[in-house]
Design a protein around this ligand. Structure first.
Ligand SMILES: C[S@@+](CC[C@H](N)C(=O)[O-])C[C@H]1O[C@@H](n2cnc3c(N)ncnc32)[C@H](O)[C@@H]1O
Length: 211
């Protein structure tokens, strides 16, 4: 289990959430079958949360840091209009090949562009403004991603960071990544450019709106 919520509650939430599209389902199935890191997927509840967030703010341009096998990128794309775009960044050519294969089978896949390489370098080359930015990669760089991304977010746009409760370890940080997540959460709370809310969705989400 990833996160702080009891398994039975997560199952109940999932049972009362609009089910995944066939392609999202196929991504999740292949990821679970082939990868020991399948817990990294945001999953159907947080995934639908991202779809509805994108749709409800009328997002057209979305940036994602951390593609993996392409599940959350597709959930975001499913919340965009036909001319919307998701630019998603990852370093790993193997997992993102799985992503691309599945996106090609979805009517929303044409909205997604993959940037392969160190995400910080990729973000440097991208022009804003973005309506929505989803940060879900290496925790040690979270503050750097934040600082690279906030200037590229439009006023009123949303930046969402995943795993901010770090399975509850933020309460008693021990390892390097635990401390990185704690420092990130403090950094965001003190950032006067945004208003932020921390939510207990799955492993914790910080959702901030640019002033
Ligand atoms: C938690 S997974 C992303 C899961 C994805 N958002 C989903 O829910 O479907 C994190 C991804 O970040 C990528 N990553 C780690 N360090 C990175 C870096 N420095 N630059 C770009 N991507 C990185 C990893 O290769 C991995 O695929």
């Amino acid at each position: 289990m990833l996160g702080i919520n009891p398994e039975a509650i997560l199952t109940y939430c999932e049972d009362h959430t609009t089910p995944d599209s066939p392609v999202c389902k196929a991504i999740a199935e292949e990821t679970h079958a082939k990868s020991e890191e399948a817990r990294m997927l945001v999953g159907p509840v947080q995934g639908m949360f991202l779809t509805l967030l994108a749709r409800s703010i009328g997002a057209r341009r979305v940036l994602e840091i951390g593609t993996f096998t392409g599940y959350s990128a597709l959930k975001l794309a499913e919340g965009l209009p036909d001319d919307g775009e998701v630019i998603t960044c990852d370093v790993d050519p193997e997992v993102t090949a799985i992503a691309q294969k599945h996106w090609n089978k979805s009517p929303h896949g044409k909205k997604i562009t993959l940037r392969l390489g160190q995400a910080l370098k990729s973000v440097e080359t991208l022009s804003g403004p973005f309506d929505l930015i989803f940060v879900d990669a290496d925790k040690g760089n979270y503050i750097n991603y934040w600082e690279a991304c906030v200037p590229k977010l439009r006023t009123g746009g949303l930046i969402v960071a995943d795993n901010v409760l770090w399975s509850g370890r933020v309460l008693e940080p021990k390892e390097k990544d635990d401390h990185a997540v704690v420092a990130f959460n403090r950094h965001v709370k003190n950032d006067r450019r945004v208003d932020v809310v921390m939510l207990t969705v799955r492993d914790g989400i910080a959702m901030a709106c640019k002033r």
